[in-house]
Design a binder for this molecule. Structure first.
Ligand code: GP9
Ligand code: MN
Length: 606
């Protein structure tokens, strides 16, 4: 077809401007025209101008490719923030395609209007067949120079701003600027935190405690010489513990175990972008995760002082079990870094009864139970780390695995599916505990059970689900309900139904385990022995805007992409005015997060 009519490039910039406005409104809920005109739009416009100036042949095709890439970015970021409530960085998006289940989740998140981001790509494709691009190169060059000046000024300004929360930063300084700053920080040595080392005394002082020597701490050596079983349960939240629907307990096995456990009911998830793998990292190192990046994506391969390694020194052999491909979340890198003696994934675990990622939990527990006698031959003591996966979003299981008879209102609901899947996980934990008893190991073991992170979050929880959750819990579902995961320490004749509601974090799991086993880790950890210390301070990133904290009396949500800062009373979750204690905790949290980064740094790629 002969192309005769000229097509003013101004329209191309207009399409782009509309798309950028839609993006900002959707992502940040902001219509600030000044930010769009001077910060956000110039970046995207400059790139378009460069395409128009630089590509002499097949200009339409180049423009179309650029438009399409921008559409894909805006579309993906929109879905990502809908699920994770935070802005993704270029490196977060690499994980999105790793698994079919994650793919399904993404498909469930899209709404038809999101596809409007691709409208201009369609229009450009149509015009491209009829018109020639009509542009005055000189004008374009002037425009590019003006846009470049704005881009340089806003990026330089952004580089001088503190990057505490990525979403808030992107809202204030522009999405592309925020990516540029992150890239710069990642490649710049000095960017990772301050170099402030904290002594054990200082660390406890920040949390509000007086340091006590390990040997003098409560619970020290209580489980000395016992085998260790750590069961990390996918998406298990605390609010299901002890609860019933229609006279049926959701977690009857865990509930029964409480009678012979020390149960910490106020423990918060601390994972970042690496979700399950971050929980594995935290529980086995006592360190903070990287936060905005899955920790496993940046590991440099250096051996980290870990739970398996410290236990090794005391004659323990360690094994980890997880029913997924070992390359997911780079576990093929993570596990050698943590130093497990044996690693079992879908390569070894029989592929029977698959649900979601791989074989159902019962297959994994059976497999682990079968391994135990051989390991007992080989090692004095064993540490088995079992990561369940069946209760993973979207929580859909075959009917014969759905053990609860739920009221009609829960049918086909996300909450209903969730309750069914944690009920299933609980059942399999119960079977495994019986197996330990049958093998005569239970009385000689310390068994630790905890949830990796919330299952009920993000836009898959509809208004109807939210109403069901409120009714189920007996009060409006809060971020505290969302972030609290159960943590149980049990084993034969160890505890007699202790329940503690002091604040804990996942970072406290490893120090508490080692204290119970009477073992000193020697290397610094961020957490502490929960039996000893009453007060706590946890720095948050990713699932709460960076700089947020949870402290024994207060929960502070720092300003983020869409919302202003909020301070809550931790017990009642009522909002409070920002008081002097909160201001002190904000400063201490900064110190804590920086110290966390410092401890992490030797194990990360530059
Ligand atoms: C699969 C599983 C993923 O390996 O660990 O869980 P997620 O990180 O999506 O919670
Ligand atoms: Mn998980």
């Amino acid at each position: 077809m002969k192309k005769t009519t000229g097509f003013p490039v101004a329209y191309l910039f207009l399409f782009l401007l509309i798309k950028v406005i839609a993006f900002r409104v959707l992502i940040f809920d902001t219509k600030s025209l000044a930010t769009i005109a001077f910060i956000e739009f110039p970046m995207w416009a400059l790139l378009l101008a460069l395409v128009l100036i630089g590509v002499k042949k097949r200009t339409w095709l180049a423009v179309w490719i650029y438009n399409f890439i921008v559409s894909v970015i805006f579309f993906t970021v929109t879905l990502y923030i809908r699920y994770y409530s935070t802005i993704p960085s270029y490196y977060d998006l690499q994980q999105a395609t790793q698994s079919s289940s994650v793919g399904n989740t993404i498909a469930m998140l899209a709404n038809p209007f999101d596809f409007l981001f691709f409208l201009d790509a369609i229009l450009v494709a149509i015009f491209a067949r009829k018109w020639r691009i009509h542009a005055k190169p000189q004008k374009l060059k002037y425009m590019a120079v003006a846009a470049a000046a704005l881009c340089i000024a806003t990026t330089v300004y952004a580089l001088k701003q503190p990057l505490i929360d990525v979403s808030y930063f992107a809202k204030e300084n522009g999405y592309l600027q925020s990516q540029a700053v992150q890239l710069y920080l990642r490649s710049n040595e000095t960017a990772h935190a301050s170099s402030t080392k904290l002594s054990l005394k200082q660390l406890e002082a920040l949390k509000g405690n007086e340091y006590v020597e390990l040997e003098q701490q409560k619970g020290f050596g209580l489980a000395k010489d016992r085998h260790l079983f750590v069961i990390q349960v996918e998406s298990l939240q605390d609010f299901v513990i002890g609860k019933s629907v229609n006279g049926q307990e959701i977690t009857p096995n865990l509930n029964k175990l409480l009678g012979e456990s020390a149960y910490f009911s106020n423990v918060f998830q601390q994972i970042g972008a690496g979700t399950t793998s971050d929980a594995e990292w935290i529980a086995n190192t006592g360190l903070y995760p990287q936060g905005m990046i899955p920790t496993v994506n940046s590991l440099n391969g250096k051996a980290v002082p870990s739970l398996p390694r410290t236990l090794q020194k005391y004659g323990y052999g360690s094994a980890t079990y997880h029913a997924d491909d070992v390359t997911f979340w780079n576990r093929d890198v993570l596990y050698p870094v943590l130093g497990y003696d044996e690693v079992y994934s879908t390569e070894e675990i029989p592929n029977i009864k698959p649900v979601g990622f791989g074989p159902a939990d019962e297959v994994v527990f059976d497999f682990a139970a079968e391994k135990l006698p051989k390991q007992l031959d080989r090692y004095d003591r064993i540490y088995a780390n079992i990561v369940t996966v069946t209760s993973h979003t979207p929580f859909i299981m075959p009917e014969d695995m759905q053990g609860l008879d739920l009221p009609a209102e829960y049918e086909e609901m996300y909450v209903g599916n969730y309750l069914q899947s944690v009920h299933y996980a609980d059942e399999q934990i119960g079977v495994f505990i019986e197996e330990l008893k049958d093998q005569g190991l239970y009385d000689d073991s310390l068994v630790v059970i905890f949830g990796d992170h919330s299952g009920m979050h993000g836009s898959l929880v509809t208004e109807e689900d939210k109403a069901l959750l409120d009714k189920f819990i007996g009060h409006p579902y809060t971020i505290k309900d969302q972030f609290t995961v159960p943590l149980l320490f049990t084993g034969g004749n160890l505890f007699h139904g202790i329940q503690m509601d002091r604040l804990g974090g996942q970072v406290d799991i490893m120090p508490t385990i080692l204290a119970l086993l009477g073992i000193d880790h020697e290397d610094p950890m961020m957490g502490h022995n929960l039996f000893q210390y009453k007060k706590n301070l946890l720095g948050m990133r990713y699932y709460l805007p960076g700089g947020s904290f949870i402290q024994s009396e207060q929960l502070y949500k720092a300003p983020g992409a869409k919302f202003p800062e909020v301070l809550y009373d931790l017990k009642s979750m009522e909002t409070r005015g920002k008081n002097s204690e909160a201001k002190k905790h904000i400063r201490d949290t900064d110190t804590l997060l920086n110290y966390g980064d410092l401890l992490l740094k030797p194990y990360l790629k530059n």
